[in-house]
Design a protein around this ligand. Structure first.
Ligand code: GTR
Length: 430
């Protein structure tokens, strides 16, 4: 009876689904062709949501900047649902003889407590030994502080880590085997020689990069019976940005650091994070986004390379739930990522791309810098003067800076050379 009644409809439905499958496949294909971008309109950062033109910095600061910040907070990255202060600071290790006597090394553990729960993360600091307060780069690393240096004294994190057999990471635990595996991305000595300090934190200590909300910092701010952030509350990017802000709280208390000259840096998902931290917290003096792509510097409305739908599907925990409303629906987004860059104004911002990193949409990253420029111009700061992309390896280094270099998705010596030169100039460091 049951079979008779349902067999034919099921066959018909199956055949139908098969026949439309190519349509869906095409829909989900990644576009890399500039000529196939559907027409889109970018919102003007200097026109308010209700159509008012912003003509001066006062109106920008009192009206437009707050409404944009609120939109990004509630609909893209998610708000931090409470005020969690550092409960204790513990200098777990300190040495004045790092890098052949060039640098001071400090390993500083910050602890947070709430709801009967506790979380700690450790900042690894290298500061030039020169008796002046150091300007500083701060940025997260992907695989633990001990991966950025061969220095045997750097403590190995016990936090959950993504497995990576080429780095000898199995069972989600870091070991001695991965010490120094990321030195190529962190030219510590060159940073020290340029007169900067470096602070880095393993991002997994603040929130492990997996789609669950039981670990990391989120549970410390849950209200009773809450097990998941609300639709407008923080995803992981927002949590990581929060961690950078708490590191900044610490820098303000460290007499060896010039907290007015802290450059927040990040690559890829951590570049999305540095942008969001820099937008949210004006204490960061300058911001660097290295190949941050979708949800970072790249314009969402171009829908080229990684898209909003794809990023939310592959990484459901990065953004807030509300951002999923814009899956395959970027057209209805009342903002785009150039306005995230504009939130950093008038502070210096550097956006960098790599030629082979099509997934991150280099042109979309460049255009964000270009379309944020009118806000910098309000402050008489120089941004990106034309919508023509520069040649590869020919940086534009104004207060808004941009380069596209040859090569792949990575952080290279070329990138750091530019960042050091530009940061010295913009922050007026001798
Ligand atoms: C990719 C992701 C990008 C980027 C990158 C990374 O898989 O699609 O948005 O964040 O990871 O962080 O390395």
């Amino acid at each position: 009876m049951f079979l008779k009644g349902t067999f034919i409809p099921i066959v018909v439905l199956t055949l139908f689904l098969f026949s439309i499958q190519p349509v869906f496949a095409q829909w989900n294909d990644v576009n890399y062709d500039e000529n196939k971008i559907a027409h889109y309109r970018l919102p003007d950062p200097l026109i308010t949501f209700n159509g008012r033109k912003i003509k001066n910095t006062k109106k920008w600061e009192n009206k437009r900047r707050p409404e944009l910040l609120q939109f990004f907070t509630e609909n893209v990255y998610g708000k931090v649902p409470g005020n969690l202060k550092i409960a204790s600071v513990d200098v777990v290790e300190k040495n004045d003889n790092a890098y052949n006597g060039k640098a001071i090394r400090k390993q500083v553990e910050l602890t947070f407590k709430n709801n009967g729960k506790e979380l700690s993360f450790t900042i690894l600091l290298y500061l030039p030994k020169n008796n002046v307060k150091s300007p500083l780069f701060v940025g997260y690393n992907f695989y633990g502080n001990h991966t950025i240096t061969t220095d045997v004294n750097v403590i190995i994190s016990e936090a959950w880590t993504k497995n990576n057999t080429s780095f000898g990471i199995i069972n989600h635990q870091l070991t001695e085997q991965s010490r120094g595996v990321r030195t190529n991305r962190w030219p510590v000595e060159k940073i020290i020689d340029a007169g900067f300090g470096l602070a880095t934190i393993f991002y997994g200590e603040v929130d492990p990069d997996r789609n669950d909300f039981f670990d990391g910092i989120h549970p410390l701010l849950y209200h009773e019976n809450q097990t998941h952030p609300a639709s407008d509350e923080w995803g992981s990017i927002s949590a990581w940005a929060w961690g950078l802000q708490r590191a900044m709280d610490y820098f303000e208390t460290d007499k060896d650091i010039d907290a007015t000259k802290v450059v927040v840096f990040g690559h890829s998902r951590l570049g999305k994070t540095s942008l969001w931290a820099g937008a949210r917290d004006q204490r960061f003096a300058a911001v660097i986004s290295n190949e941050s792509g979708c949800g970072g510097a790249a314009l969402s409305k171009r829908r080229i390379g990684e898209t909003v739908w794809r990023i939310n599907k592959n990484f459901p925990h990065w953004f807030c739930e509300n951002f999923k409303m814009y899956n395959k629906n970027e057209r209805s987004l009342p903002v785009d990522q150039h306005e995230l860059i504009a939130l950093i104004a008038p502070r210096p911002v550097y956006i960098a791309s790599a030629e082979e990193d099509k997934w991150s949409d280099p042109r979309g990253e460049f255009l964000s810098a270009f379309y944020a420029t009118p806000v910098y111009n309000l402050y008489n700061k120089k941004g990106i003067p034309s919508d023509k992309m520069p040649e590869v390896n020919c940086p534009i280094q104004n207060t808004v800076a941009y380069h596209i270099r040859t090569g792949k998705h990575d952080v290279t010596d070329f990138d750091w050379k530019q960042y050091l030169m530009w940061a010295k100039k913009e922050l007026k460091i001798e």
